[in-house]
Design a protein around this ligand. Structure first.
Ligand SMILES: Cc1cc2nc3c(=O)[nH]c(=O)nc-3n(C[C@H](O)[C@H](O)[C@H](O)COP(=O)(O)OP(=O)(O)OC[C@H]3O[C@@H](n4cnc5c(N)ncnc54)[C@H](O)[C@@H]3O)c2cc1C
Length: 362
């Protein structure tokens, strides 16, 4: 069946914020199309399955925290098990002088995890959309005022038109990859170009083991290193330690061809010989992800721009809305922020839709 070329709303991006926006608008009866550049949903929610069914390891977001009710509600809806981050044990500290064991877990705050992996949140949202409301591998390249009213959205598979467009991707990425002509006000372009992408310049490394041997040694799996390559480490095992895993963050600059070997050597120094032979080692470099990180990512440092007032109101005559976590007025950076931004964008579209008749040209 050929694609329709006109919709009430187009949502750009099928991460947590885009999918939450699209599902809310679809549930409210608006004809909503979600366009996603990647061949998968989830964006910065990315989980790899393990051999144990229902247990996945997160290469993107991992935790949610008390007070993040939207995430908890969505997790409960998705059916993923929710469990507590492992906290018990001592911390390892590494600097040029060597390695020390510090009493207690000095870096992990109490937090919750998703047994099926954080990406399962995006799967449940996507599943509630009709199949023709979500197009994967469809990057948006241009947004302009449409000749017949509304906004014209260009993709490699052709143009589509909508009354409203929701940008559910990091603002810096939107202005780097989408051509708006000169339609956006200068202050908005400057703001978007300067807004950092949360965790957009980070490498996450996950090492899976046969067992959580560090726990038996009284270690929490938590660590800080001043020498790297991993600088901050955590236990990332599943419920009851299955699958057993450690993860760490490295700055993107630490990435080099021999990173897996350097990481394994570091883990062995920190946690003992048992760490020398991970069953699997996943290296996820978010800085090299074209659909997460803009080319000028290393210059973006001003996190005070998150949730800026300009993101709270629509642009282009009330037709262009912002919805990524970076635009959230609360919990910006977190999954909770993505869901809060989605709520705001969906509310704005719905109140505009309640005014005049929508999409009279369809
Ligand atoms: C390593 C890492 C660890 C993290 N840890 C946590 C954590 O523990 N807890 C937490 O709460 N948060 C964490 N976060 C942040 C969390 O992942 C994000 O807040 C959330 O996933 C952002 O969702 P989003 O929808 O706003 O953006 P994204 O997930 O980035 O979604 C944007 C979507 O837009 C798509 N897209 C981009 N350009 C285009 C285009 N031109 N056309 C169409 N589609 C496009 C992308 O492919 C993507 O799917 C972490 C992030 C990372 C990377």
């Amino acid at each position: 069946m050929p694609h329709r070329d006109s919709h009430d709303v187009i949502v750009v991006g099928a991460g947590a914020s885009g999918l939450a926006t699209a599902t809310a608008l679809h549930a409210a009866g608006l004809d909503t199309l979600c366009l996603e550049a990647r061949d998968r949903v989830g964006g910065r929610l990315l989980s790899v399955p393990t051999s144990r069914p229902g247990r996945a390891l997160d290469l993107g977001a991992t935790w949610f925290w008390d007070g993040e009710q939207r995430v908890r509600d969505l997790a409960e809806r998705s059916g993923t098990g929710i469990f507590d981050q492992h906290l018990a044990g001592d911390t390892v500290f590494q600097d040029a002088g060597g390695i020390r064991r510090l009493p207690g877990n000095l870096i992990d705050a109490p937090a919750r995890r998703f047994a099926d992996g954080a990406q399962s949140l995006s799967f449940v949202l996507a599943a509630s959309l009709p199949s023709d409301a979500l197009r994967l591998s469809t990057p948006v390249t241009e947004i302009r005022a449409a000749a017949r009213g509304g906004l014209a959205v260009r993709t490699p598979t052709g143009p589509v038109r909508a009354e409203h467009v929701v940008l559910a991707l990091p603002p810096a990425l939107a202005v780097a990859h989408i051509d708006f002509g000169d339609a956006l006000p200068d202050d908005l372009v400057r703001l978007a170009r300067s807004t950092p992408v949360w965790m957009g310049a980070v490498v996450k490394v996950v090492a899976r083991y046969r067992s959580a041997f560090w726990r038996q040694a009284g270690l929490a799996g938590a660590g800080i290193s001043r020498v790297g390559p991993l600088q901050e480490l955590h236990d990332m095992s599943g419920p009851d330690g299955d699958p057993a895993a450690l993860f760490g963050f490295a700055p993107a600059q630490a990435l080099r061809p021999n990173l897996p070997r350097a990481v394994t050597e570091q883990l062995t120094l920190l946690f003992g010989q048992a760490a020398a032979s991970p069953e699997a080692l996943h290296v996820q470099d978010w800085s090299q992800e074209r659909w997460t990180s803009p080319p000028h990512r290393h210059r973006l440092q001003d996190f005070g721009l998150f949730g800026h007032a300009l993101y709270q109101r629509p642009a282009l005559d009330g037709r262009l809305h912002w919805a990524s976590t970076e635009t959230a007025a609360e919990h910006a950076g977190h999954i909770e922020g993505a869901l809060a931004a989605a709520e705001r964008a969906a509310t704005a579209v719905l109140s505009a839709a309640a005014a005049p008749a929508m999409n009279p040209n369809r």
